[in-house]
Design a binder for this molecule. Structure first.
Ligand code: SAM
Length: 279
């Protein structure tokens, strides 16, 4: 059978750098990613960035139903061909960052996200699904190795940051496999990894997810500053107020935000919610 490269060449497809079009072709790798994502035969999958449809096709074989988003309409004839016969699969041409998340939830019910996206879009997409995606049970994404380490980092490590803390509130991130650059066509300049974030509701109990997000933003706003200084600025507090809050949360005044575990960030967020500093 003709491979993805052949189909793209026949359609005279021109790769668009701005859309991060580095496609996968290896059937074993595609099958492994489908396994990594925990796709169930009766489950729904939202694939983001269908590209030439190689992963979409593998997903359509394994899942009950696939909805794929693709921003580049010039891939329409390619996808019509590569996905022919995939009766359980539908492609929407549009930008996932503009998708109506409530409507996606209504359309798919419970679903899993699988995405191999341009690296600059991945973090905003992951953040969006973490924050406001009814029905979403987990996300499996291909990311630059460095970003994969950030997703799964431990508090206090150089890779630990706002995105790690945001993920930790909703679920658990795990690096499933490394993917060398040679596996993509055309070849990018970096190696990648597949990360799976499994959502577990109530993993870290917090009174207000919005307050937690505000505390996370504040904690990592300026990594060289102490949490106390970042809080004074972010929440317009007097030094004594910030110090008293930290003390009540059992956090030493010279602590920097990056030293706090997600559980400690949640405790601080609850305290700020209780005192009506945050909602
Ligand atoms: N899934 C395919 C694969 O694994 O071979 C393609 C992956 S390629 C890295 C990323 C794809 O995402 C491209 O086809 C690109 O056009 C599409 N894309 C980029 N930004 C997007 C966005 N905001 N919404 C939907 N699709 C997007």
């Amino acid at each position: 059978m003709e491979d993805v490269k052949g189909v793209l060449a026949r359609h005279k497809f021109t790769f668009k750098k701005q859309y991060g079009q580095n496609f996968l072709t290896d059937a074993n790798l595609l099958a492994a990613i489908v396994r990594d994502a925990g796709v169930q035969s009766d489950g729904a999958v939202l694939e983001i960035g269908a590209g030439a449809g190689a992963l979409t096709r593998a997903l359509s074989v394994a899942a009950g139903r696939v909805l794929a988003y693709e921003i580049d309409v010039s891939l329409r004839p390619v996808l019509a061909e590569t996905l022919s016969g995939c009766a359980n699969t539908e492609v929407v041409f549009g930008d996932i960052l503009r998708a109506d998340m409530q409507a996606l939830g209504r359309r798919l019910g419970e679903y899993r996200v699988v995405a191999n996206l341009p690296y600059y879009v991945t973090t905003p997409v992951v953040m969006r699904f973490l924050e406001e995606a009814p029905g979403c049970r987990g996300i499996t994404v291909m990311v630059q190795e460095e970003v994969a380490r950030r997703f799964c980092a431990q508090p206090g490590s150089p890779d630990y940051g706002a995105v790690t803390a945001a993920i930790a509130l909703r679920g658990e991130a795990r690096i499933m496999r490394r993917v060398p650059r040679e596996m993509f066509f055309p070849r990018p300049n970096v190696d990648s990894a597949v990360v799976r974030v499994e959502f577990c509701e109530g993993r870290i109990p917090v009174k207000s997810a919005a307050a937690y997000r505000a505390v996370v933003r504040c904690a990592f706003a300026n990594r060289r500053k102490t949490l106390e200084n970042n809080m004074i600025r972010a929440f317009r507090l007097l030094r004594e107020e910030a110090r008293a809050l930290l003390q009540a949360a059992g956090i030493a005044d010279m602590t920097r935000g990056e030293m706090l575990s997600p559980t400690e960030l949640a405790r601080l967020a609850d305290m700020l919610t209780d005192r009506k500093i945050l909602q």
